[in-house]
Design a protein around this ligand. Structure first.
Ligand code: ATP
Length: 702
């Protein structure tokens, strides 16, 4: 990777926003195509600033440390043996290198004695060698146990925290989940998601490195202090020079500061999109149909030329266009490699048995210490950061929906469940979505009596789906009130209210579960899901036909969430052996594509399963037949009308001829306003918006 000349930054490089007075500011840099923004602490200029910084760290620790402590206690309570095994292994691995160093220095002093006395203490040599060997064997065994102990502890954490996170995640409202990354400490990558693990690992690692360093230094000091030779001071100097220089050197790159980076280079984005288009199978069919395959290469070359030769390496902390001055790296290297050279060069003037063993000890000591210091420096995160992660985890687990939750049961009279539909009143309801300047609904008012069939019509973007989202409380109105059975919508327990509604949306999802689970997902865990009922729901939704053609029938996984992993280099470049490739094919579950119409039928079957088995008082069907053929659409609507049985039903559809005369009332929306409202005959009479939409369905285009 080559560093290229820095491009002109969009804003002048330097501090542009003071965060905490005199302590933190944001700085910007450019590195190739990337812009980087990071927090930088000012170098302390006065004791006052230093004090402020300590105060800040102290206050943050006071807030976050109790969470870390709570996490540790919880881990101890749930997996005491596993935690103890981790601690003991860490302890041994921390001191083992110092023990090795001790044996080495002991061996050297034996050698020195042998040189000066001319006698070889064979038994002592043997004892030291045995001790050394045992330590090495023990370390190998402990490494193995440590790997297992870590895996077990991760398993405990996963089993303990993920269910709690899932419950909290499901409690969150829709607007919160749209920015879930800031609320929940998950990346969406389940395979590597182990809540609390990075915190524990950090503590164990820090403990290991600190102990290693401490014991190594102690052994070295002990070994050197026992030496009789005049080079004692020289040895000490060489041993500490490297650690001290590394300590003093500024971090290479952004270091431990928080940073974000992005690229606003439009050529780069364009190239990335074209690359994705070419190699992603989902676009290939459309690319061929659109006849653009030949122009993509030319388009790529054009944009590539416009981009020029520029680095797109991601600015990780250790680069980021912020390399430290060259002399620091020079000093670090020279203090690591040169001591031995200097020592050897000056050796002839004072050659002794002690000098030879000192040389070997020096070599071993600088290498070992340097490794330990490097290990310490590798993890740039701070204690506060890790404790904050523990705080974040507990706050996420305790997360409650920001939507005010009611306490009233729904329905208040449990006996009325299936007997009567839901009554709905919208009173001057307006809705403005976040980050939108216009209102999706403006002062909408209407009443629906229990058991009525309501048709909502209007052109695209008129607010039909928004009205239904309010009913399900995906959003709350910006102003106005919604009454359900005479009570404010928000007064009810939201789960109970939603359990009595059944929604079939305009873009149904296929969950990454089996066909059977896709049909049953709306039901509570305690509901009896008999095969006959599932088959009946599939039949009513029009899914029986296509499901019967699947090899695994109802057990088919339509979107497997787990694919077989390979060491991708071998896999991608065709170097996987035939035997492994066969194994790969055997375990790879392909994604089974079903048509848009089949997806809608599957979702409809799910809705019927809920209607047949739940206590449904309201059925909402939002443009759910758009991909169905006319026969399937008619059959589906007939099925809905058959299960009506006193339930309130709301249909949103652009093809509403079948339903128009059956509807008790029709609401016609335009630009978020109700422009017409009444029965089919009344609205046709006025010859307004509704009549135009109705007649347009029958009119030929040409
Ligand atoms: N989540 C959202 N965030 C911001 N704006 C939204 C959101 N959902 C809908 N809108 C906007 O609200 C307006 C009404 O949208 P809505 O989906 O309710 O219309 P619709 O009548 O159902 O349209 P269609 O017939 O195309 O389904 C549109 O301008 C749309 O862009």
């Amino acid at each position: 990777m080559s560093r290229v000349k820095e491009q002109a930054p969009p804003v002048a490089d330097g501090a542009f926003q003071v965060d905490t007075p005199a302590v933190r500011s944001l700085r910007r840099r450019r590195y190739g195509i990337h812009a980087i923004t990071f927090e930088e602490s000012h170098s302390p200029q006065s004791s006052r600033i230093l004090l402020q910084r300590f105060d800040r760290v102290y206050r943050e620790l006071c807030i976050t440390a109790p969470y870390g402590w709570r996490l540790l206690r919880e881990v101890f309570a749930m997996a005491p043996l596993s935690l103890a095994a981790n601690l003991l292994c860490t302890l041994w691995l921390s001191v083992s290198s110092a023990v090795n160093l001790y044996f080495l220095s002991f061996l050297f002093s034996l050698l020195e004695d042998s040189f000066t006395s001319g006698k070889v203490a064979a038994e002592t040599y043997k004892a030291v060698a045995c001790g050394w060997l045992t330590t090495a064997l023990l370390s190998v065994a402990v490494e193995h146990i440590y790997v297992e102990a870590q895996a077990t502890l991760r398993g405990h954490l996963r089993a303990h925290f993920i269910p709690q996170l899932i419950r909290a995640g499901l409690r969150a409202d829709l607007p919160t989940m749209q920015g879930w990354q800031s609320v929940f400490p998950v990346t969406g990558n389940f395979d590597s998601e182990i809540p609390g693990w990075s915190f524990l690992q950090y503590l164990l690692e820090r403990m290991r490195t600190a102990l290693t360093l401490l014991t190594q230094v102690m052994v070295l000091v002990y070994a050197i202090s026992r030496k009789q030779s005049p080079e004692k001071e020289l040895l000490i100097f060489f041993c500490i020079a490297h650690p001290v220089i590394r300590w003093l050197a500024p971090p290479n790159g952004i270091g431990s500061k928080d940073y974000i980076f992005w690229t606003d280079n439009r050529y780069y984005h364009h190239l990335k999109a074209l690359y994705h288009l070419t190699f992603s199978t989902e676009y290939r069919g459309d690319l061929i149909l659109d006849g653009v395959t030949s122009s993509i290469a030319a388009e790529y070359s054009r944009s590539s030329e416009a981009l020029g030769i520029v680095t797109d390496a991601e600015p990780y902390p250790w680069v980021g266009g912020l390399l430290r001055s060259w002399y620091w790296d020079f000093l670090i290297n020279i203090t690591l490699d040169l001591p031995l050279a200097i020592y050897v060069l000056t050796l002839p003037s004072r050659l002794s048995p002690s000098s030879v063993t000192s040389m070997a000890l020096l070599q071993q000591a600088t290498t070992t210490l340097s490794r330990s210091i490097g290990r310490w420096g590798d993890d740039q995160s701070s204690v506060i950061e890790r404790f904050s992660q523990a705080k974040w985890l507990y706050e996420a687990i305790a997360h409650e929906s920001r939507m005010p939750m009611g306490t009233a049961s729904y329905p208040e009279d449990a006996m009325k469940f299936s007997a009567e539909g839901m009554s709905i009143s919208f009173k001057d309801v307006s809705l403005r979505y976040p980050k939108r300047s216009d209102e999706a609904l403006h002062k909408v008012s209407f009443d629906v009596a229990p058991g009525q069939l309501v048709l909502v019509v209007g052109v695209n973007g008129s607010g039909k789906s928004s009205m239904l989202k309010l009913l399900a409380r995906l959003f709350d109105p910006t102003s106005g009130q919604i009454l359900i059975d005479g009570k404010p919508h928000a007064a009810y327990k939201i789960d109970e209210l939603r359990e009595s509604m059944s929604f079939l949306s305009q873009s149904p999802v296929v969950y990454p579960l089996s066909v059977r689970e896709n049909i049953c997902i709306g039901l509570g865990p305690r509901t009896d899901k008999r095969e006959g009922q599932i088959a009946e729901a599939a039949r009513m939704g029009g899914s029986s036909g296509w499901i019967s053609k699947l090899e695994d029938g109802y057990d088919t996984l339509l979107q497997p969430s787990y694919t077989v992993a390979t060491n991708w280099v071998a896999g991608f470049f065709g170097q996987l052996s035939d035997a492994l490739r066969q194994e790969y094919d055997k375990h790879t579950k392909p994604r089974i594509l079903i048509s848009g119409g089949e997806q809608q039928r599957l979702a409809a079957s799910r809705t019927f399963m809920k209607i047949n088995n739940g206590k449904i008082k309201l059925v909402v069907v939002d443009e759910a037949t758009s991909s169905l053929d006319p026969v399937a659409e008619r059959d589906l609507l007939t099925q809905f009308l058959r299960v009506r049985n006193g339930k309130t039903m709301i249909f949103v559809t652009h093809r509403f001829q079948h339903l128009a005369r059956k509807a008790d009332q029709i609401i016609c929306l335009k630009d978020g306003h109700i422009v017409e409202h009444g029965t089919h005959d009344e609205l046709m009479h006025t010859a307004g918006e509704y009549a135009e939409l109705y007649n347009a369905q029958a009119k030929p285009v040409f």
